[in-house]
Each structure stands twice: as C-alpha cells, then as structure tokens.
Design a protein around this ligand. Sequence first.
Ligand code: NI
Length: 200
Amino acid sequence: MRFVPQHILYGYIAYENNQYFWMVMTNYRRLYVNGATWFFTVNLVQRNNNSLLVDEIELLRQSFRYVKQRHPFVINAIVIMPEHLHCIWTLPDGDTDYSMRWRLIKSYFSRGISKGEAISQSRIKRQERGIWQRRFWAHLIINQDDFNTHVDYIHWNPVKHGWVKCVSDWAHSSFNRYVAMGVYPENWGHCGDFEIDGGE
Ligand code: NI
C-alpha cells in the first residue's frame, strides 16, 4: 500500500534570538486556527549510539505528564525512538503555543539526566544543556487524510528505522492502543514508502 498525501503543508521551525518562528508559505496563514493539530519530529543532539529516550522512557513520560497537567494538550499518536520522537498533538481552542510546551518538556527531561554530554560553545554561553536539538519539525495537519497519513507514519517508524520487523513489536508507540481501539489489525504494516517528509 502506498500513501500519497494531498495538500500537504510544509513548514519548519526556525530558532533565532531565543525565539521560534514557524516558517510557512504566506498563502496558508489563515491555517493558524484554534485548536490546531500538529505533527512533530524532535531529535536528540547525539544521533549515533544513543538510546537515551528509550533508556529513560519513564522520565520522558513524566516530562510529558508534567507539562500536560499545566498546559493541556491531547497526544493523538506518538512513537519514541532511541534518539528522536514523532508525535501528533491537538492543542486547546485558541492555543497555538506548542513551542512553550516543547521547551518545558525538553528542560524537564534534561534536568533528570546527569550532566556530561558534549555541549557546544554557543550552548555553554547560553547555559543550555546539550541533550535536545533546538530545532524541531512541525507540520500543521490540514485534513483527515493528512492526519491518517501522519498517524501511519508514526506507527510505521520503528520498522522504517530498522529497529523491528513488525510494527506491533515496538513497545514505545501508541500503535497497540490503536489496535485495541480497532483502528488497525494487529499485523498491520506494509512495505511501501510514505511520500512525506517527517523531518526524519
Ligand atoms: Ni523517525
């Protein structure tokens, strides 16, 4: 099966002067709507031989819980890979501040990790840790097809990256929750390529 999403809206987050900017085509500005649903890819700085996110999965869960309690959002789908993660969030009406939420999640997690990672000069100057990449991928979900495609992308990701052969073998995703809800059969999977750029 091959997914070819239509009307994909691409954008990316730029970070300058301590602020994040959503870079997107001008025509689509009207899509800054209340209660928007977003797809994210968030990476660790160290991409080789790093399994911090699954090693510290409980701390990561705590980080999400901590932020969700203070700044609610819904996680529609998620996959935690060893050195990056993908997820889909829906924010409350009138709230588009996912950047603040990611900043809080990242810093909560980093505080729980003992120091010792390599830190660049620019981060040392800003007194930042070197755990997470500053930039992350954000894509505004624009319709049901787009949503479905990104949910599939998330659940298929452990196979894509070669960690498991069967989607259901990866414990750190919402796949089994979806199976329980009857959305996927347990043996769901395919060998096609997703024609989307998920930032990773
Ligand atoms: Ni990935």
